[in-house]
Design a protein around this ligand. Structure first.
Ligand SMILES: *Cc1c(COP(=O)(O)O)cnc(C)c1O
Length: 506
């Protein structure tokens, strides 16, 4: 079984488009306040319901219950589902819409439970009330492999990067590719709550999803192809502009709609991916100067080797070329666009180039892009699965496809519920990686299958159903990347959508 970590708030997807926040610890008003704040910070859905059991240790006073009612109203709760005799006895104190049940069994058997939909539900009660039965019956069932994201660690990492910057430097957080696999809406909600200045995504569709989930922060789209300007306008997304052709095609669409084009100009200074070359600048400036319907929100460039000490000279050349180009554009404008250069590696190694804003990506996810930030970051992501079956394999038998795994002597093998379709790369086959089961290392044996992997547990204390840590603090994403001959970015963004994301705050 996946064992619960003590004292934490968990956000999970529930049935009928609900989100569940599970909290069966600290059952007092302070704990409830914290849980309601967490609910408002996530704010996934506008309708908010609280399922609450009696407060065992509370003084049974009407004052207490009227304070409880005030708190629920203040935090925007739409409905209270109250369980237990004490809450019922004090029903006169509640003005918030309330439904009462004698006990958990009564709620479980009711039609109320089956009718929850499109709402954010906080489940909070004393452990004795077995409210986890309610949570179990509401949670979306599925694949036993989950990616747990520690939201406190994300904020810790954000604050570490901010500590390297001047207080006035703005922060754009790059949440492309599902926020590096962590879950774009939930991470964006968290970042918005912590007041980051900008978000950025790779493609228009990613931006649309964030808007549909209620994200209000400004969003830059890095690779808006030329045919989607109306989606940009409709969802208030701001395109990165990388060529004159793209600029002109967007401009005509915005002119047609009588709207100002909010443009983020990217200058190519050596990355040779997207952007204006130095030789393009004159015609770019010409176009901007002649079209007041273009508003330059920012000018930026992307470093090719920000985290590499041996490329420091090249990085400096990129910065000089950028500043030169940006100065030229500035001259043609009556206002001053935001300038930005640095990604995570750049912030750590070159904060002298922080300009007006930075673009933070992988660092938020605790990946040490530079030895300089080692030990300063916290790991937010843990990929967990379970042991499906255990068997004894006799000496001379083989394990898995193509008979790649060989039992030299009798061994015990566990099959775990994660495979390359989940993002556990086939590269990790035949002992190239280990997982942790009950604090013990178990190496892979044979080839990784699409949905399953066999690991060697000879001599270890393991049972079917036990929790398996695929990555987290040990092994780390960076270790897996090394074993898989790749980079941490690829390990994180390979985690398939069928792996349920569970968010928590401690
Ligand atoms: C992905 C990306 C970033 C973030 O880079 P990290 O190395 O993850 O911090 C910043 N800027 C641009 C243009 C990017 O494509």
């Amino acid at each position: 079984m996946i064992s619960p970590v003590k004292m934490r708030l968990e956000l999970k997807k529930g049935i009928n488009n609900t989100y569940l926040i599970d909290d069966t610890y600290n059952h007092d008003l302070a704990g409830l306040t914290r849980a309601l704040d967490f609910m408002n910070q996530q704010n996934q859905l506008t309708k908010k319901t609280v399922i609450l059991s009696d407060f065992i240790r509370s003084k049974n006073s009407s004052q207490f219950y009227s304070a409880l009612n005030d708190l629920l109203i203040k935090k925007g709760v739409d409905k209270l589902v109250a369980i237990g005799p004490e809450l019922f006895t004090n029903k006169a104190q509640f003005s918030v819409s309330t439904e009462f049940f004698d006990d958990v069994e009564a709620l479980l058997g009711s039609k109320t439970l089956r009718q929850f939909k499109n709402e954010l539900i906080l489940i909070k009660g004393a452990p004795d009330f077995t409210l986890e039965k309610v949570s179990k019956s509401l949670v979306e069932k599925g694949h036993k492999t989950i990616l747990e994201i520690n939201l406190d660690a994300i904020i810790h990492n954000l604050n570490f990067y901010k500590s390297l910057l001047k207080p006035e430097t703005q922060v754009m957080v790059v949440v492309k590719a599902l926020a590096y696999g962590a879950g774009s809406t939930e991470i964006s909600k968290l970042l918005e709550y912590h007041k980051v200045d900008y978000l950025s995504v790779a493609y228009v569709d990613e931006g649309i999803l964030l808007r549909q989930d209620g994200i209000k922060a400004p969003i830059m789209v890095m690779n808006a192809s030329q045919d989607e300007p109306f989606n940009l306008m409709r969802y208030d997304l701001e395109p990165e502009i990388y060529s004159l052709e793209q600029l002109k095609s967007f401009l005509s669409a915005y002119q047609l709609a009588n709207k100002v084009l909010p443009a983020h100009l990217i200058l190519n200074t050596g990355m040779n991916r997207l952007g204006f070359n130095e030789s393009d600048l004159d015609s770019l400036i010409d176009t901007i100067a002649n079209n007041p319907q273009i508003h330059i929100k920012s000018i930026f460039t992307h470093l090719a080797a920000s985290d590499d000490q041996t490329q420091e000279g090249f990085t400096r050349e990129q910065v000089a070329l950028f500043r030169n180009g940006a100065d030229k554009i500035d001259v043609a404008l009556s206002y001053k666009p935001i300038r930005h250069i640095l990604n995570s590696g750049g912030i750590v190694r070159h904060n002298e180039f922080q300009e007006d804003m930075v673009r933070l990506g992988i660092g938020l996810h605790g990946i040490e892009v530079s030895a300089l930030s080692a030990d300063k970051l916290k790991n937010p992501a843990t990929l967990k699965t379970i042991v499906s079956q255990i068997r004894t394999v006799k000496a001379g038998e083989t394990i898995g496809y193509a008979r790649k795994g060989k039992a030299e002597k009798e061994m015990t093998v566990a099959t775990i519920a994660v495979g390359y379709a989940d993002g556990y790369l086939r590269y990790f086959s035949n002992g190239n990686a280990y997982v942790m089961i009950n604090g013990q290392k178990a190496k892979t044996i044979g080839s990784i299958c699409m949905d399953m992997t066999m690991v060697d547990i000879t001599g270890l204390e393991v049972h079917a159903g036990d929790e398996v840590v695929v990555f987290g603090t040990n092994p780390t994403v960076s270790q897996l990347a090394e074993w898989g001959n790749t980079i941490p970015y690829e390990i994180l963004t390979n985690i398939n959508n069928r792996v349920k994301r569970v968010f928590y705050s401690e």
